[in-house]
Design a protein around this ligand. Structure first.
Ligand code: PLP
Length: 386
């Protein structure tokens, strides 16, 4: 019977322990597994290669994203690195120009010295992608949609079709949306990446990454890299991720509700210049987002009228924490220019719009009235102090 994703999420991992019937997957805290006899295996030999709690998580996540396989990593960056490791020296990747600063750092300071070159474009502009494409060298296009922090949307189906026609892998970082809101593989992508640290785990207490792919050969290659490099997710963290994902549907509904209310309120505030949220009809790609996703994320960015407002605003929020992450139950505000995107050179940041008036707000699951009251107080205090 075809079930809604909500039902599958609620019972994530609850049917895997046939021996005891435990509705919560056990934490198999073992690194070695006895062999029944020479040449025989229970399917588990050594925990870096395969570990029972992680296997349940990987099986469930492959299903939830609609992929043929999943590999779980010790962080989102380890997951991004595994995907970039599919590339060889002299190969080329086209990347969304607005992207997480850590991915930029990895591309420029780890992959480029290995001979892998990245070009940054607006990935929703197929002509820009075409211009960067080098036959025989371009092997991958990596999309963030919505992008972090400017919330630019890329038409996944369009880029996926272009990539297929050019024998290029289409990779989508789905961290901000989660499979509850967006299914890139169904839209034509080959690989989905998650910083599962964010919405999937959901509680600001687990660092984790996932790669889900289509096709046995691609999944096997990623699993090979996972085992060879060894940045695997530990049993307890695999369990915490399974546990967090059980409430993903409810949390995403509340995150979206809060983000929509707070974004609407901020867009009418006199100290706020712009609000970048694809859930607002004023967003230039509102229609595209509504067409390819089942809803909107809980994070958005906004620009205040004057950079001098930023420091006092951050000093006066109290329910909302000034901290560097997103996607958890607690609301967090980030200043991308000096935190998440500090590794992107200032001129590049200025060109794409990650300027010193830009703030990013990850709305948690608190009551939206309280989030608005916290922002109202902090904006008033900021106005008085400049
Ligand atoms: N991708 C995106 C979109 C992110 O926002 C982040 C982290 O903020 C990462 C990847 C990296 O994930 P992690 O911090 O789990 O290594």
């Amino acid at each position: 019977m075809q079930q809604h994703i909500d039902s599958r999420l609620a019972q994530l991992g609850s049917t895997h322990d046939a021996r005891t019937g435990a509705v919560s997957t056990p934490i198999y805290q073992a690194t070695a597994f006895r062999h029944p006899a020479l040449g025989q295996s229970t399917g588990f030999d050594y925990a870096r290669t395969k570990s029972p709690t992680r296997t349940v998580l990987e099986t469930e996540c492959a299903h939830i994203e609609g992929g043929d396989g999943c590999s779980a990593f010790s962080s989102g960056m380890a997951a991004v690195h595994a995907v970039l490791s599919l590339l060889r020296p002299n190969e080329h990747i086209i990347v969304s120009m607005d992207l997480y600063g850590g991915t930029y750092r990895l591309l420029e300071h780890v992959m480029r010295p290995l001979g892998i070159r990245a070009s940054y474009v607006d990935t929703n502009d197929i002509d820009a992608i075409r211009q960067q494409y080098v036959a025989g060298m371009t092997r991958m296009v990596l999309i963030e949609t919505p992008s972090n922090p400017l919330m630019m949307i890329t038409d996944i189906a369009r880029v996926g079709a272009w990539a297929r026609a050019h024998d290029v892998l289409c990779v989508v970082d789905n961290t901000l949306m989660t499979p509850y809101l967006q299914r890139p593989l169904a839209l034509g992508a080959d690989i989905v990446i998650h910083s599962a640290t964010k919405y999937l785990a959901g509680h600001n207490d687990v660092l984790a990454g996932l790669v889900i792919a289509r096709g046995e050969a691609l999944c096997a290659r990623i699993a090979f890299i996972q085992n060879a490099v060894g940045a695997v997710l530990a049993p307890l963290d695999s369990w915490l991720l399974l546990r967090g994902m059980k409430t993903l549907a409810l949390r995403m509904q509340r995150h979206e509700h809060n983000a929509t209310r707070v974004a609407e309120w901020l867009s009418t505030h006199p100290l706020v210049k712009t609000v970048l949220y694809p859930g607002l009809p004023s967003h230039p790609q509102y229609a595209l987002q509504a067409q390819q996703a089942h809803g909107n994320t809980g994070i958005f960015s906004f620009r205040v009228r004057d950079a001098a407002l930023v420091a006092p605003l951050l000093a006066h929020i109290s329910l909302i924490a000034f901290a560097e992450s997103l996607g958890g139950v607690e609301s967090l505000m980030t200043y991308p220019a000096v935190q998440t995107h500090a590794d992107i050179p200032a001129d590049v940041r200025a060109r794409i719009g990650v300027d010193d008036t830009l703030l990013r707000l990850s709305c948690g699951i608190e009551h939206s009235d309280d989030l608005i009251a916290d922002l109202a107080y902090a904006l008033d205090a900021a106005a008085r102090s400049v």
